[in-house]
Design a protein around this ligand. Structure first.
Ligand code: SAM
Ligand code: ZN
Length: 327
């Protein structure tokens, strides 16, 4: 990733990005200091309280009714209704493990394939949709560290991206993952703080799927890209490390959650065998849902007993959905 990424100009202190893009947008801000990169995505965001549009006012976003959302020092904004209980999402330890694992490039082939699929799907959406090529953002629901969204944006130089997640620790990373990402804390199971039809592409990679909301925020000509694990994903680690097994009925569940709102346009499998060292295996176990249930010393012992490198199966499906017409 990153070869065609815009120039990143480092100054003393936090990173500063300055770029005039093909669609005319300009970013001049400091990530972590009033969330400069959020400016790219503010036009697509809505108030968590009343649903109105938002504008930037210094270190906050505000709607016309006066609801105010402060931008965190780390560059993301929480768009959560007052008093709402929102899940914490991934913990600091899970996010650190995910960042380490992904930075080592073990899932780079998947990111590359997702980038290619996104470029193809955005082309389709552009032809059938708005005449202005740069209109419509890319929304990643459950974006984690922003790794896959960054890969997709590298392929789409005139788009900006919206990383949505419940985890503050994920969002701190996502806000810095790419100069065109704006990071927003929200709950995927509630109304998303995103305008109707704002997205030309939506991504959902190993993350919660709310079909109705994904459909609402996607433009009618937009596409939804979903990555889900297959039955044999990470199979070699399930027994030795006591990892949670993949639900045998996942494809049916996928169809059931998205079914009324989306229809399948294309699906392909992405497979490989990763030769993982013990450090990578430990990170893989620590970044996933099993980490909620596993005792750390027992996991370390189990990892130490594995052969090195351990061959581990990567087996996922990449599905492209279009909104069901007439709904
Ligand atoms: C398995 S991780 C996948 C992250 C990223 N897509 C990736 O593959 O690297 C699932 C992500 O969903 C987020 N998440 C879990 N529940 C959520 C919710 N209710 N609303 C928003 N995000 C949520 C977690 O914080 C986590 O970042
Ligand atoms: Zn409002």
């Amino acid at each position: 990733m990153g070869q065609d990424r815009p120039a990143v100009q480092a100054t003393a202190g936090p990173a500063r990005w300055v770029r005039a893009g093909p669609a005319g947008w300009v970013t001049a801000g400091v990530a972590g200091e009033h969330g400069g990169v959020l400016d790219n995505v503010v036009p697509y965001l809505t108030c968590a309280q009343c649903g109105a549009g938002l504008v930037r006012a210094g270190g906050s976003l505000r709607c016309r009714a006066g609801h105010v959302f402060d931008i965190a020092r780390q560059g993301y904004v929480s768009l959560i209704p007052a008093g709402a209980r929102v899940p914490g999402g991934d913990t600091a330890a899970m996010v650190a493990a995910r960042a380490d694992f992904l930075a080592a490039g073990h899932f780079a082939s998947l990111a590359a394939e997702l980038g290619l699929a996104a470029a193809g799907a955005a082309g389709t959406a552009g032809r059938g949709g708005r005449p202005d090529a740069g209109a419509g953002c890319v929304v990643d629901v459950g974006a984690g560290t922003g790794y896959y969204l960054a890969a997709v944006l590298d392929r789409l130089p005139d788009r900006v991206g919206l990383a949505l997640d419940a985890s503050r620790f994920s969002l701190r990373r996502a806000a810095r993952a790419h100069p065109r990402i704006g990071a927003v804390r929200c709950d995927a199971w509630r109304r998303l703080p995103v305008a109707d039809g704002a997205a030309v592409l939506a991504l959902n990679v190993f993350a919660p799927r709310n079909g109705a909301e994904l459909r609402r925020v996607l433009s009618p000509a937009g596409r939804l890209l979903v990555v889900t694990p297959m039955n044999d994903h990470l199979a070699e680690l399930v027994g030795p490390l006591g990892l949670l097994t993949v639900d045998q009925h996942k494809p049916e569940r996928l169809a059931a959650t998205l079914g009324p709102h989306f229809e399948l346009a294309a699906r392909r499998e992405h497979r490989g065998v990763l030769p993982l060292d013990r450090k990578a295996v430990a990170a893989l176990a620590a970044m996933g849902p099993s980490s909620w249930h596993t005792d750390r010393p027992a996991l370390a012992e189990a990892v130490a007993r594995l052969a090195e490198p351990a061959p581990v199966t990567l087996a996922v499906t990449l599905s492209v959905y279009r909104p069901t017409p007439g709904l």
